[in-house]
Design a binder for this molecule. Structure first.
Ligand code: TPP
Ligand code: DXP
Ligand code: MG
Length: 624
């Protein structure tokens, strides 16, 4: 057996039978198992390596799934998945039809709440605690939240209410001093101060003694907040921000010390009210390359397990890197340009901007709403902020875009990376809805580049405008098209005819146009003449171009966005409003009105019927 202790676990309760030294060996096995799988499939390695002991300690004390465990983001929960009946299928992690990368209620009873977006765990846990109390049950509810996720406003909204309600709730703050990149903000500084305070260092040494001393106080007394305050807070917490919010604060404690965590959890089970346990862990723990570069190993593709090296990058540059370079060039020409990211400097490519223009770059933490209103404030004072967010996370900032940016017609440029199908991260992360949630915002101009060259030009146009703009582009490599020096003008609201045709007009946005052109070629071979148009803008729509092509029998819209409310809907509305619908038919191709599973981007495009052969077949069928 490669993993003797792990393979003996038939159900999570078996963990309770292991001694501490066996659990320590089990932790080692789990790490090896996780590293081996992620090296093959890719995944969130460093976060999951950091929580192994914490997971084992929780499973050895609490009674899941009767007790509820809610992971924030859920990218650190691989041990939890492996221990809860998913070991044998773990080799399918993040693959189509396989184990999902985040806790998922459809996958296991142990996954108490579906996650993927950050900072939701305390709200969800509080909801479960309130429901439990209303039902008169006695189970524990535990939220595990990272120091990065704690920078999100929703986490504070929940802490604020939880402290006030007073329901029994355990929040474990997993502080590894990192978000994806280095954690930012005053709260992060506050946590560091707690860790480096002399009391903490002394107490860390004495922690075993401290915990041993707690039972001597007497169980009953221990339950009271006063004792916790006296014995732990007063000794350890400078400031006590969590105490002020109404939580009993305990920590910081070493999150890799299983016996210490077990003792703490046993005692916390006896306590009432909201409790926050601050554990200190190392991101990437136990795998040297991940410990050295926790940012690189936060979420990683396939890599060599021995060396930790990824295969060399070949082919075209990514959309992200083209955006990154273009923005730096544009910022050199326009000193009003600033750049804002919500905890994704590497992911959005803004890290390089921050190195070039440290004073004009702002990482606000996991705070998309704040990022957008911060931008609106800067724009109201004469700057042109570029807010780079992943499409899926920008969903959080809908109201800020509407109320703070568009209503005041402010020159903020929203750059939405990872628009469309992202692949292995699955339904929590697909950027499937941005065209739908942006196109009804008055004053907004929505650009959709078909390739990386157009991305550069559209970005240049967007930052030259004095009104709200959004540019959306996908995850991954570009088309490998030539990138001209300088920037070409892109007239707002003007489409580009890529191919003439008389039977069908395919109107598309984004890189799917390349597949649409292949579909047109296939149709040509079957005697059907199809025009292809790069619409470039979802708003304003080039109505003149649509009228020009209205002689065709069938118009087809193509987009990597939900067909519900997206680009195709915009065309449908125009056809209806102009009466052109009486003379031609419309077929909308795009993402179906449901959540799309995980898989490679190509597998998922096939699933959605967006490969050239599939498009051609659907068009032919509709014509008939
Ligand atoms: C709303 C939202 N914004 C951004 C992200 C991207 N993201 C995923 S994990 C992460 C960092 C989380 O840091 P932390 O909670 O400390 O967990 P760690 O990775 O350090 O274990 C970020 C920014 C997200 N998942 N959700
Ligand atoms: C968990 C999370 O939200 C991020 O780590 C995300 O998975 C990153 O995605 P990319 O790999 O596309 O940057
Ligand atoms: Mg962290």
């Amino acid at each position: 057996m490669m993993y003797p202790l792990l393979e003996k676990i038939k159900e999570p309760a078996d963990i309770k039978r292991y001694s501490v030294s066996e659990l320590e060996r089990l932790a080692k096995e789990l790490r090896e198992f996780i590293v081996a799988t992620v090296a093959e499939n890719g995944g969130h390695l460093a976060p999951s390596l950091g929580t192994v002991e914490l997971t084992l300690a929780m499973y050895s004390v609490f009674n899941f799934p009767k007790d509820k465990l809610i992971w924030d983001v859920g990218h650190q929960a691989y041990s939890h998945k492996i221990l809860t009946g998913r070991r044998e299928r773990f080799h399918t992690l993040r693959q189509k039809g396989g184990i999902t990368g985040f806790p998922n209620r459809a996958e296991s009873d142990y996954d108490a709440f579906g996650v993927g977006h950050a900072s939701t765990s305390i709200s969800a846990a509080l909801g479960m605690a309130v429901s439990r109390d209303l039902s008169g049950r006695k189970n524990e509810v535990i939220a595990v939240i990272g120091d990065g996720a704690l920078t999100g406003g929703e986490a504070f909204e929940a802490l604020n209410q939880a402290g006030d309600l007073g329901s029994k709730l355990i929040v474990i703050l997993n502080d590894n001093e990192m978000s994806i990149d280095k954690n930012v903000g005053g709260l992060s500084d506050y946590l560091s101060r707690i860790r480096i305070t002399p009391q903490y260092n002394k107490a860390k040494k004495d922690m075993g003694n401290l915990l041993m001393s707690i039972p001597h106080i007497g169980d009953k007394a221990f339950r009271t907040a006063q004792v916790v305050k006296d014995s732990v807070r007063a000794a350890l917490v400078p400031g006590g921000i969590f105490e002020e919010l109404g939580f009993h604060y305990i920590g910081p404690v070493d999150g890799h010390n299983i016996s210490l965590l077990q003792e703490l959890f046993e005692r916390v089970r006896e306590m009432d009210g909201p409790i926050l346990i601050h554990v200190h862990t190392k991101k990437g723990k136990g795998y040297a390359p991940a410990e050295m570069e926790p940012d690189k190993f936060h979420g990683i593709g396939k890599f060599d397990q021995q060396t930790g090296k990824c295969p060399p990058k070949t082919g075209a540059p990514s959309y992200t890197s083209v955006f990154s370079k273009a923005l730096i060039e544009l910022a050199a020409q326009n000193s009003n340009i600033t750049a804002i990211t919500a905890a994704m400097p590497s992911g959005t490519g803004l890290k390089a901007f921050g190195e070039e223009y440290p004073n004009r770059f702002f990482d606000v933490g996991i705070a998309e709403e704040h990022a957008v209103t911060l931008a609106a404030g800067m724009a109201a004072d004469g700057k042109h902020p570029v807010v780079a967010l992943y499409s899926t996370f920008a969903q959080r900032a809908y109201d800020q875009l509407m109320h703070d940016v568009c209503l005041q017609n402010l020159p903020v440029t929203l750059c939405l990376d990872r628009a469309g199908l992202v692949g292995a991260d699955g339904p929590t992360h697909h950027g499937a809805f941005d065209l739908s949630y942006l196109r009804h915002m008055p004053n907004m101009t929505v650009f959709v580049p078909k390739d990386e060259a157009e991305l550069r030009d559209m970005l240049a146009k967007a930052v030259s405008m004095d009104s709200p703009t959004a540019v959306r582009y996908p995850r991954g490599t570009g088309r490998g098209v030539e990138l001209a020096a300088g920037f070409q003008d892109i007239p707002v609201g003007k489409a580009q005819l890529l191919r003439e045709g008389s039977d069908v007009a395919i109107l598309g946005v984004g890189p799917l146009l390349y597949k649409a052109e292949e579909a047109a070629e296939l149709l040509q071979q079957q005697g059907i003449s199809a025009a292809v148009v790069n619409m470039r803008f979802v708003k304003p729509l080039d109505e003149e171009m649509i009228r020009r092509l209205a002689h065709v029998k069938l118009m087809v819209t193509v987009e990597e966005n939900s067909i519900a409310g997206g680009f195709g809907s915009a065309v449908a509305e125009f056809l209806m409003d102009s009466g052109l619908n009486r003379q031609l038919d419309l077929l909308r191709l795009g993402l179906p009105d449901k959540f799309i599973e995980q898989g490679t981007q190509e597998e998922l495009l096939t699933l959605c019927g967006l490969q050239p052969e599939q498009m051609a077949a659907k068009i032919k069928e509709r014509l008939n």
